[in-house]
Design a protein around this ligand. Structure first.
Ligand code: CMC
Length: 373
């Protein structure tokens, strides 16, 4: 038989259809249910975008109010989820905390095994509503700070920041955070979403799919890159050292985190919006640290473009933006989880609606058949 063609990493392979989002690398665009993500980030709240991704249309005021009511009711963590988090050692990565928290939520969810579209949407909404408390609780316990309860009078982004920092920051910071959430919410068949779809394809449950997706997102080639970007900046130190640092790193065959993309080859469609947001944040804060970080950002980008022609992806601007908002570096990828849980669960519902077990083939290259001695 002819040797089958192997597409390592499924590069370029179209495995299914989706109506959730469209990535077009030729026009450098990303559409959520048909709407350009840049326009959504500029004009809509994260709650509205979540509704859009789940239901296919932007909400009416009544639909949004109904979703908001459920989201606010479910912000506080059930005792068993909170206890499970507090049991985990602070030596573990915050992504391990997210992964465990979602698994525990699934074990206690009243309709864990009900996979009707209505039950799936309800579970997705509860899960999404609880994630900020997971992330905020974990950062605060690691800092030895008292836990802050959710505030039902605040919007999603304000409440998230309030639970994390004990106060609602200035509107510019809230806006920057909200933009990042919108940009991170969905991105078609990336590795973690595909993981969620693979798990769903076996007819497993939604919490299992999200738990697995969190594991896939943790890696530095995927979501872990936003955290790794800050580590890179810390290693380089100042803008004047960026080019020399890069030359040495490239000579050592290192991957430069926050650069490159499997699909976009002429720039990530989300970067201009997030970079503008980062610049606004830097101007708003007006500190020497913020300015120095922005200069380092520009210097490394310029050097990388010049040396390799490889452009930044979304994790490049979000890393420093989250740092300037006050998040600890290991918390960055959990912030990505809080946003992407929307996209993952929209894909779980879509996968289930027209399911086929995902089970590819491999070409065997091991020992030929032999006799057991
Ligand atoms: N630093 C150095 N070289 C790179 C980079 C990078 N960041 N990205 C690609 N290359 C080089 C790579 O070494 C290879 O060179 P050669 O052909 O000489 O061996 C060439 O570009 C093609 O790379 P590839 O790994 O075959 O391409 P891919 O499509 O598998 O890579 C990627 C996509 C995201 C894994 C890769 O660009 C990378 O490792 N980037 C750094 C990690 C990162 O920022 N990930 C976030 C991805 S986007 C947002 C998200 O998911 O969170």
């Amino acid at each position: 038989a002819p040797t089958p063609e192997i597409r390592k990493g499924l590069a370029g392979v179209v495995v299914d259809t989706t109506a959730v989002s469209k990535v077009n690398p030729d026009t450098n665009s990303l559409l959520y249910r048909g709407y350009p993500v840049q326009e959504l980030a500029a004009r809509k709240s994260f709650e509205e975008v979540a509704y859009l991704l789940w239901h296919g249309e932007l909400p009416t005021p009544e639909q949004l109010a109904a979703q908001t009511a459920v989201e606010r009711e479910n912000r506080a963590l059930p005792g068993e989820v909170r206890n499970a988090i507090l049991e985990l050692p602070t030596s573990c990565h915050p992504m391990d905390v997210c992964r465990t928290a979602v698994s525990v939520m699934g074990a206690h969810d009243p309709s864990a095994e009900d996979s009707s579209p209505e039950a799936e949407h309800a579970k997705a909404l509860r899960l999404w509503a609880m994630m900020p408390a997971v992330v905020a609780l974990d950062q605060r316990r690691r800092r030895g700070q008292q836990i802050v309860d959710p505030d039902e009078d605040l919007g999603y982004a304000e409440n998230f920041l309030h639970m994390t920092f004990g106060e609602v920051p200035d509107a510019c910071v809230v806006r920057a955070f909200e933009v990042s959430m919108v940009l991170y919410a969905e991105h078609s068949f990336n590795a973690s979403t595909f993981t969620a779809r693979v798990i769903t394809s076996t007819l497993s449950d939604l919490h299992s799919a999200v738990t697995g997706a969190i594991g896939a997102l943790k890696g530095p080639l995927h979501g872990g890159a936003n955290e790794a970007v800050m580590a890179t900046f810390a290693e380089i130190g100042t803008a004047d050292r960026a080019a020399a640092w890069l030359d040495e790193a490239l000579a050592g065959k290192r991957r430069i985190m926050g650069f490159g993309h499997r699909v976009y080859k002429s720039g990530d469609s989300r970067v201009p919006t997030m970079k503008k947001t980062l610049d606004d944040l830097v101007a708003h804060l007006g500190t020497d640290e913020a300015t120095a970080l922005d200069e380092l950002y520009d210097a490394l980008e310029a050097a990388m473009t010049e040396r390799k022609g490889i452009l930044p992806n979304l994790d490049y601007p979000t890393g420093p933006a989250y740092h300037l908002m006050g998040f600890d570096t290991p918390t960055f990828t959990p912030l990505f989880v809080a946003a992407r849980v929307v996209g993952w669960t929209a894909h779980v519902v879509e996968q289930r609606a027209a399911n086929a077990l995902i089970r590819p083939l491999s070409q065997y290259v091991g020992q030929a058949q032999r006799t057991v001695p």
